[in-house]
Design a protein around this ligand. Sequence first.
Ligand code: PSU
Ligand code: MN
Length: 304
Amino acid sequence: MNEYLDLSEEVSDALSRGAPVVALESTIISHGMPFPRNAETALAVEAEVRASGAVPATIAIISGRLKAGLSESQIGFLGERGHRVAKVSRRDIGRIVASGADGATTVAATMIIAEMAGIRVFATGGIGGVHRGAERTMDVSADLDELGRTSVAVVCAGAKSILDIPMTLEYLETKGVPVVVYRGDEFPAFYTSRSGLKAELRMDSATEIAAMLKAKWTLGLAGGVVIANPIPVEYEMPADVIGAAIEKALVEASTAGVRGKDVTPFMLARVKDLTGGDSLESNIALVMNNARLASAVALEYARL
Ligand code: PSU
Ligand code: MN
């Protein structure tokens, strides 16, 4: 075990028994949702994973220690601190650890720590991707390169249309990342179950997904897998409402000169406000849905 990494008792016990564990990220808590819904959701997602028969491992950096498995008060702390906690991706981990600081981990950083801990399945809301206008800005999330190199399966609700979804899928293909759509024929667009882009690979059961993960990694093919789980139709946003909010927020971001790691948190917060909070309800529902599928995949993977 890495000398900088601490596992909670529950996570350490589950891993030593070969029991199913699901990793959860923490940037979604600090930068993805407003307080107090962020912390409430994080705890509800953990409860959903437990109810599905797996053990949740929420990942973050606390006082310079990498953590897999947080206490309720640590989750509450990240929620309450919000944007005052550092958003930590691959490049930030070393400095946050060396300075003994706190950090909320993105999909990329959570994958790194999950792999270190021996956790293979991870549930979140949305992954980062290629941003719209990337041909000018070169704004491509570090999550995509991480998926190309770190062996963790990420269950998400697709990519939201603050991103360029076709370019994001092209990038994942270049990096050799399988993209599975669960029980759907189109890659989902986070707030909506459809994006208009055909699924290259559809799978209808957790057993089928787990078998693919096992084969890929046993063959020595390192790298992640995207498991795109469409938002249940009853929680979808009307496509025109979410589309208009995203267009408006993109203009605001560009006018305000928002750049770098601030772009995604800015867009998420503005889209929530512009939809009168409706997008937050969709967001919470899809994360819960992803926690259930990730647990089912972790259970099947543990059987193999
Ligand atoms: N998408 C969401 N909610 C989030 C994020 C993305 O719907 O909270 C967060 C995740 O932590 C993701 C990160 O890894 O944003 C990507 O940030 P960037 O685009 O700066 O790479
Ligand atoms: Mn970026």
